[in-house]
Design a protein around this ligand. Structure first.
Ligand SMILES: C[S@@+](CC[C@H](N)C(=O)[O-])C[C@H]1O[C@@H](n2cnc3c(N)ncnc32)[C@H](O)[C@@H]1O
Length: 223
């Protein structure tokens, strides 16, 4: 028996409508969940990727390129008689700071990328040198390095002249500076170690301060 002209009972129609509205509700829920997952993933990707991309968008592009094991060995070799504090300028994942701390230095890293700083702190803790290391989320151009007696930089050629001026101002005469892969443009190195991309140059602050004072007074010094 049917109570409508197309032969479908009201009860059947009702249940069909309930099924289809239940189906639409489920679809809506899944749509919202999918939008949430895609949106959340994009936000997470943005949050992780931005600090890695940001250095490339600055006036001086200094991307994260980790030091090779040979490079780290060369840094430690040229500083092997040195003690005290060491700073790695743009410390990346903390590998130089951690290696230096294992050699007895009180080692510090300044790094713009917060993910790399958090990872460095975790790695220092895992390797048992967290008490000899510190990592700061900082812009290298906005901090003073005056308190450090050993300074390490793995930079890019475009920044070395400006960094030369900054370190000349900041550092005490007893400090040593180690440049990895790219040397400073006007300072005379004391010593070098390694070859090719693993080359490091070591500079004595007393020498480059004298060189600077000499050039300011029109005197050129030859070693
Ligand atoms: C070539 S990587 C060297 C990493 C590390 N020192 C090593 O040798 O393994 C340079 C690092 O400097 C960081 N950096 C770039 N611009 C910076 C800035 N203005 N202040 C601090 N760190 C910066 C980058 O995020 C990158 O991790």
């Amino acid at each position: 028996m049917s109570d409508s002209t197309d032969g479908t009972s009201m009860l059947e129609k009702d249940s069909q409508m309930n099924i289809s509205s239940g189906h639409t509700g489920k679809m809506k829920r899944w749509g919202l969940i999918a939008t949430g997952i895609v949106g959340g993933s994009l936000v997470a990707l943005y949050a992780v990727a931005t600090p890695f991309v940001a250095p490339a968008l600055r006036k001086v592009c200094l991307p994260f390129v980790p030091a090779t094991p040979a490079q780290i060995e060369n840094v430690l070799k040229v500083l092997h008689r040195r003690t005290g504090t060491l700073v790695d300028i743009g410390s990346g994942d903390g590998r130089i700071v951690i290696a230096a701390a294992k050699q007895g230095f009180r080692a510090v890293g300044f790094e713009l990328n917060p993910w790399l700083v958090w990872y460095s702190r975790y790695k220092a803790w895992r390797e048992g040198v967290n008490h000899r290391t510190s990592f700061y989320i900082s812009d290298l151009w906005k901090v003073s390095f005056s308190q450090y007696s050993n300074v390490v930089i793995f930079g890019v050629p475009q920044m070395m002249a400006q960094l030369e001026e900054k370190l000349q101002r900041d550092l005490q005469s007893s400090a040593k500076v180690v440049a990895c892969r790219f040397p400073f443009p006007t300072w005379e190195p004391d010593n070098t170690a390694g070859e090719g991309i693993d080359t490091v140059w070591v500079y004595d602050a007393r020498s480059f301060k004298m060189q600077q004072a000499g050039s300011e007074h029109g005197v050129t010094t030859k070693n």
